[in-house]
Design a protein around this ligand. Sequence first.
Ligand code: HSE
Length: 413
Amino acid sequence: MNIGLLGFGTIGTGVYELINLNKGRFSKNLEEQAVITKILDRDPNKKVDPSDTAAKIVTNADDIIEDPDIKIVVALLGGMDFEYGLIKRALQNKKHVVTANKAVISEYFEELLTIAAENGVILRYEASVGGGIPIIESLKEELKINRVNEVKGILNGTTNFILSKMTEEGADFDDTLKLAQSIGFAEADPTADIEGYDVSRKLSILSSLAYGGIVKDEDVRKRGLADVRAVDIEMAGDFGYIIKYLGHSILKEKDQVYTTVEPVLFKEASIMSNVNSEFNIVSIVGDIIGELQFYGKGAGKDATANAVVGDVLYILNCIKDDNYPKPTRFAKQLDKCGVSAFEGRYYLRVDIPDHEAFAYVMDVVSEVCDEKSVIVSDDRVFFMTDVMAADVFDAMADKIKERCACFYARIYE
Ligand code: HSE
């Protein structure tokens, strides 16, 4: 069974090692040998392992997409349009596809699954969410018995690494981001990670599956993390909380869906607070099973390659048994209702440039929040508010930001 690999970067190399270089137990699981025969890489001088006689590097994707001997395409290029086009063509050419590309899956989820079903092939995307955590398959299993009405998780390794380091070392955001980049943890352009796009794509994939209707990346409210400062971590700690970056969606009656990506304060002793560095956690709540949590490495070569190769193995077994899964359908039209369902007390820090600003901030906060604790310290004021809805708090924070820098986070009780 020939496999074509699109992309020979970190994850592609991990997949290549597991399949062609017999690292791990993959080849022992197969009666029939499956092997990568072609690898797409821009650099024609890139070499496969000298011991490997099966694979060769190609620089033209058509060499894989149009190759009738290739039955499975593993798409690990990243980005959007180019890989979307290749995945679509591969499916139309009746090749099974495995991908880790969350941007493509979240944007073209329904279309690609429909094309796969029309062509009698399988599209798998386990590695698109939570790296090595087998959350997609587990969620599908739970949905056979449960109605799932909540999904939440720490879904980004880069921001979790940054927050963990800031918490451990009292370091500030910019320095920790630079450190994360210098050790290859954060990407050169970390925008998708720190502005919430990476989490929202993962959340939209999980929410679409969980609620049975499409939730798109653009439906998800995204609050970035770049405003968090060492002083926020310290102040949260004084109150017994840890700051985490959370993706969260809730399904309410009448198919109403609420989605958010935002910094959140968790009690120090909570499970969420103890998920550190590149580790991710996903929690789903089913009406029968209650809450289930899935924990593991959310990024990195081996963990992600493991999920990709697991999908390849799944497809090989379907082919062997001639038994294909029922295509996933998104039958429901969900009503995307914003963030008003996310209620909680809030932590708020405002930097105060002058006396007038202080009076302004106190007025703005008091307009919508009667009950609050206030701590004034040098040129900052800190609030712990009463329970407020997220949309009300956002509107208040927008007014504060007209005059002052601030950071705020919902407290998860
Ligand atoms: N940039 C992502 C992260 C990679 O840091 O989690 C895995 O999706």
